[in-house]
Design a protein around this ligand. Structure first.
Ligand SMILES: Nc1ncnc2c1ncn2[C@@H]1O[C@H](COP(=O)(O)OP(=O)(O)OP(=O)(O)O)[C@@H](O)[C@H]1O
Length: 431
């Protein structure tokens, strides 16, 4: 809501009572109220001056650069009041004008949760320069730890600036379990509790940042709102918004059908990655398995009651068997082919927080990919065939215009750079 509307709406009740009071006292009272509300509204705006951000990041210097994401570079900075921030400078891929951008950023900056990287504010500068200001999260992103080799590392100091790297084994079982619980809570908040419900669309290990107490924080929420699909040939941004290989739900990848259950699917993949320490998109099956992806591998082990074999050897000594088995089962429930059978995040949080005596059996995972499609064409579709009607020539017939755009995005991206190696599919983004 714009400050003016906000003021008007809030001021209404006072107007109705004015006839009972003296006109002068009433006017003074209203002026005071409005001054207070103006101040609140101004704070709510969370607009930063460009100069303040330039100073905070030492002129966006290379030294301050934390990394380069799909939307542009991210800089570490310190505000005048001492707060450490991460400033994301968005590339010129957004079709949004400064005004829409401000509206969305204001809305998103009201999304506050301990398991979400909070957006402190924004800056729209000139025609194309748009910046987002986030709380700074001092640890690595989850992927850098989870998928690191066990190469020698010095002890962890809580900061990346000295070049130290965390090791996989430092992400002990209790910490991994806490990460799963925290991400589940953060996602539940985004889906149901934030005043503007948000489907993240790109839940993956590199979008989970860990703070100095190993608390997970979901990054990049709301990017789809800030970067509405452009359809103007800037495939990188379209690609980035649409999701990442290995994490996308089949119905979303194949048909563009987006719901909160697409996030649930990605969360399920993430859970299996956290348990196993393996990345789904570059999964290499162990010698005794012919599973072609992590989900299938986990499923086969689960069916033989050998879920413990999925566990990352680096955390064997700290693992709690009951928890490992539960997380494997939750992961598999979340990656089921049919979105209707996947639990919502509320249920996931409940399963994680209580002992469940009755927990449903997962069905076969939904895996968009060549093998999945080959089977459904060749053998009548044994795996979730309702999502396996995609065509290798890109002529699937999605039922909505959104779906159509998602399908064509997938094809656009294929022809440019990325190819989904293990799944032989048009890919949106290689991790
Ligand atoms: N709030 C933050 N605090 C600390 N570091 C951050 C913060 N946000 C991003 N980073 C770091 O900045 C780098 C770039 O992040 P960004 O989210 O833009 O891209 P990414 O996660 O690497 O890729 P993608 O665009 O696919 O999500 C990453 O190394 C990330 O860890």
């Amino acid at each position: 809501m714009k400050p003016r509307e906000f003021l008007e709406r809030i001021a209404r009740p006072f107007t109705s009572s004015s006839s009972r009071r003296g006109a002068g006292a009433e006017r003074r009272r209203r002026e005071e109220e409005e001054a207070d509300l103006e101040a609140i509204a101004a704070r709510e705006q969370r607009a930063f001056r460009y100069e303040a951000l330039a100073t905070a990041t030492k002129g966006f210097s290379e030294k301050q650069k934390l990394g380069q994401g799909g939307f542009g570079p991210v800089y570490r900075g310190r505000l005048e009041d001492g707060r450490e921030v991460a400033v994301k400078r968005l590339g010129a891929g957004s079709r949004q004008g400064a005004r829409e951008f401000k509206n969305e950023a204001t809305l998103l900056s009201r999304v506050q949760h301990r398991n979400v990287v909070n957006l402190i504010g924004y800056c729209a500068h000139g025609a194309d320069d748009k910046l987002l200001v986030y709380e700074y999260v001092p640890n690595e992103s989850l992927d850098k730890i989870l998928f690191s080799s066990s190469s020698p590392a010095t002890s962890h100091s809580g900061s990346r600036s000295d070049g130290e790297r965390l090791r996989r084994s430092e992400l002990t079982w209790p910490r991994r379990h806490e990460v799963v619980v925290g991400v589940a809570r953060g996602l539940l908040y985004l889906h149901e509790d934030a005043h503007t419900p948000i489907i993240h669309r790109d839940i993956k290990a590199s979008n989970i940042l860990l703070d100095d107490r190993w608390l997970p924080k979901i990054a990049d929420f709301g990017m789809a709102r800030l970067f509405p699909e452009a359809g103007d040939g800037r495939s990188h941004v379209q690609t980035r918004v649409a999701g990442t290989n290995g994490y996308m739900a089949p119905e979303y990848l194949m048909h563009g059908a987006l719901s909160a259950k697409a996030d649930v699917f990605s969360f399920g993949v993430l859970v299996l990655e956290i348990v196993s320490g393996r990345k789904n998109s570059s999964f290499v099956p162990p010698p005794d398995s012919d599973a072609d992806n992590l989900l299938d591998h986990a499923w086969r082990l689960y069916r033989k009651e050998r879920s413990m074999e999925l566990l990352d050897a680096a955390v064997k000594s700290s693992a709690v068997q009951e928890q490992v088995e539960l997380l494997v089962r939750i992961g598999l429930l979340c990656v089921q082919a049919d979105p209707r059978t996947r639990p919502d995040m509320k249920r996931v949080v409940i399963i994680l927080s209580k002992k469940q005596s009755t927990l449903e059996e997962p069905t076969r995972p939904g895996v968009p990919g060549s093998r999945y499609r080959r089977r459904s064409y060749g053998s009548g579709g044994t795996r979730g065939s309702q999502y396996s009607v995609g065509s290798t020539s890109g002529t699937s017939s999605p039922s909505t215009s959104h779906a159509s755009s998602a399908a064509s995005n997938a094809m656009t991206t294929t022809s440019s750079t990325h190819t989904m190696r293990s799944q032989g599919l048009p890919s949106h983004r290689e991790e």
